[in-house]
Design a binder for this molecule. Structure first.
Ligand SMILES: Cc1cc2nc3c(=O)[nH]c(=O)nc-3n(C[C@H](O)[C@H](O)[C@H](O)COP(=O)(O)O)c2cc1C
Length: 154
């Protein structure tokens, strides 16, 4: 079965974008899997309905997710809610933060509970810039969700 992972993110200074690219690379390394890498402002309901899994990334801004990631939720929530295509669809999250990240993460996780998506792996949080080790963890995150979707284990 072909497996598409939607990787959506927002990034102002490039940190979360680099993480998103690493997640997408990990997805693409798994046979039969592809990543659909989109800035949150360009992603919509159809992207969410048609993927097999979601990887969502945000910087932490003022203790919350970035406004553009919230905007994606604002634009899709009402129509997505209760749709069988997204019920228990697997997701993973990645966060870039100056020194914390917990506010961005918890706000994303809380909203995704409402979508009834299913968290399948621990998030990656990069603090104080993005290191090669952070990017490697993002690549593994992409590999993991893709492999699980491909194997149908979620
Ligand atoms: C307006 C603004 C608010 C921020 N608020 C927080 C915050 O509450 N907690 C934190 O740890 N970092 C905070 N940061 C730091 C960013 O999360 C961090 O620089 C991040 O890596 C930026 O990601 P980006 O390059 O993808 O935009 C803030 C940065 C900006 C510009």
């Amino acid at each position: 079965m072909a497996c598409t992972i939607l990787v959506i993110y927002h990034s102002q200074t490039g940190n979360t974008r680099r993480m998103a690219q690493a997640v997408a690379q990990g997805v693409a390394e798994m046979e039969g899997c592809q990543a659909r890498l989109l800035a949150a402002g360009r992603a919509g309901l159809e992207d969410l309905l048609s993927c097999q899994g979601l990887a969502i990334g945000s910087p932490e801004n003022f203790g919350y997710m970035a406004g553009m990631v919230k905007d994606f939720f604002d634009r899709t929530y009402e129509q997505a809610r209760g749709r069988k295509e997204i019920f228990k669809k697997p997701y993973v999250a990645f966060i870039s933060a100056g020194n914390d990240g917990s506010g961005a993460l918890s706000s994303i996780e809380r909203i995704l509970l409402g979508y009834q998506l299913k968290k399948v792996y621990d998030p990656v949080i990069a603090r104080g810039g993005v290191t090669e080790e952070d990017l490697e963890r993002c690549r593994e995150l992409g590999q993991t969700i893709a492999a699980g979707c491909q194997a149908g284990i979620y």
